[in-house]
Ligand binder design. Structure first.
Ligand SMILES: *Cc1c(COP(=O)(O)O)cnc(C)c1O
Length: 385
């Protein structure tokens, strides 16, 4: 290859249909509290599958915060959280005044495990936060066994796992709530935005009120315009009609989107097979459907110290990269100051954050470009080794 290619890590897939859908909303005057949010909620529930109830929210962080508020988690309570995740997973716990108890991840997948959760349980544990890392479902059966035994709520952070299933059942339907993100680099986008789902319809009804100031009557339920009461303290975590229209349009391509991600992922797998200097975070498990958010290659210990050099060289060749996630949350300054985590308790999370490089699988990248990405990566690593 002589001409350097420009392959961004993330690039939202926006079509003319998407643009048209948003413009249609703007031709009218209903910009919030309208039919697009309702449509998006019912389409999303249908996509996720049987038993799903959905409500649109302004972000995944909002959905997570609403989960803890709704389930009454607060000061004196502990919530078990993965160390290797986005800060939003943990911020939501902090905002309700509960204590996050961090656990290390499995080195093969980056996922939290029932064994690690079990060791972190105390008499104060009230909930478990599960993150399906990079679209790989966590092993939910043993986690739900623990939750049922100890009467714990399970909040599933599905921000990077839309389309991930276990024996056909979508993530977010195992625990008490599922929280999704439509931030631009995620599986699909509404600019900013999120979805709160639960298999419990009443939970979703109550959360719908909580995310809209706690007002007791929705717009279409008011007999006199402007007349309503507020029965609880709420927030404004609503999604707008423009965002929802984009979501409806994007969701129509989700199956196709997932297939493209899968074939891209398979190119990485084939081309990296047997290359022991860089390994994909992945395990194949019977009945587990991976949704291929991106790939994360973990460099071998022998070149671990050169991770940042590898990243620079890839970027110089026009290959966009990211890191999931750059620092385990307990070592981010705010959390390190507050809880003083010790490095020896998080070897796997630290290894992933220090030695991994995330590469794109999303629909803007072609299998041919992935061939180029892998060849370039191998070449750079061989030069440095
Ligand atoms: C991106 C992300 C979030 C935050 O999503 P927002 O919609 O931006 O609030 C939460 N959790 C995980 C695991 C994420 O990757």
């Amino acid at each position: 290859m002589n001409t350097p290619q420009q392959i961004p890590f993330g690039k939202p897939w926006i079509t003319d249909d998407d643009r048209h859908a948003v413009m249609e909303v703007l031709q009218g005057t209903v910009l919030t509290h309208g039919p697009q949010c309702k449509q998006f909620e019912s389409d999303f529930s249908r996509f996720v599958g049987e038993g799903c109830n959905s409500v649109t929210v302004s972000s995944c962080m909002a959905a997570l915060h609403l989960s803890y508020l709704h389930f009454g988690i607060g000061p004196q309570d502990e919530v078990i959280v993965p160390a290797q995740t986005h800060s939003a997973t943990v911020h939501a716990v902090e905002w309700v005044g509960a204590k996050p108890v961090f656990v290390d991840c499995d080195p093969e997948t980056g996922n939290i495990t029932a064994e690690a959760i079990n060791k972190a349980l105390t008499a104060k544990t009230k909930a478990i936060s599960v993150v399906h890392f990079l679209g790989m479902p966590c092993d939910m059966a043993p986690i739900m066994d623990l939750a049922n035994t100890y009467k714990l709520k399970v909040i599933e952070d599905c921000a990077i796992a839309l389309g991930a299933r276990i024996n056909g059942k979508h993530v977010g339907l195992f625990g008490d709530s599922g929280c999704y993100s439509f931030y631009p680099v995620k599986h699909m986008t509404t600019g900013e935005g999120g979805m709160f789902i639960s298999k419990n319809a009443e939970t979703v009804q109550k959360v719908a009120l909580l995310r809209a100031f706690g007002v007791n009557r929705k717009h279409d339920e008011r007999t006199i315009p402007g007349m309503y009461d507020v029965e609880s303290i709420g927030l404004n975590y609503r999604m707008s009609e423009m965002q929802a229209a984009l979501g409806v349009s994007q969701l129509k391509r989700m199956e196709e989107n997932l297939l493209m991600r899968q074939s891209n992922f398979e190119v990485y797998q084939e081309r990296l097979a047997g290359f022991d200097k860089a390994k994909l975070l992945y395990t194949k498990k019977e009945g587990f459907t991976h949704s291929h958010y991106c790939v994360s290659v973990v460099l071998d210990d022998s070149i671990a110290s050169k991770r940042d050099t590898v990243v620079h060289k890839l970027n110089e060749k026009g290959i966009g990269t990211s890191i999931y996630y750059p620092l385990p949350v307990p070592f981010m300054s705010f959390y390190q100051k507050k809880y003083k985590a010790s490095e020896q308790n998080f070897p796997n999370a630290l290894k992933i954050s220090r030695q991994s490089i995330a590469l794109p699988t999303s629909p803007h990248v072609s299998p041919h470009q992935i061939g180029y990405i892998v060849d370039t990566l191998k070449h750079i690593i061989k030069e440095l080794a």
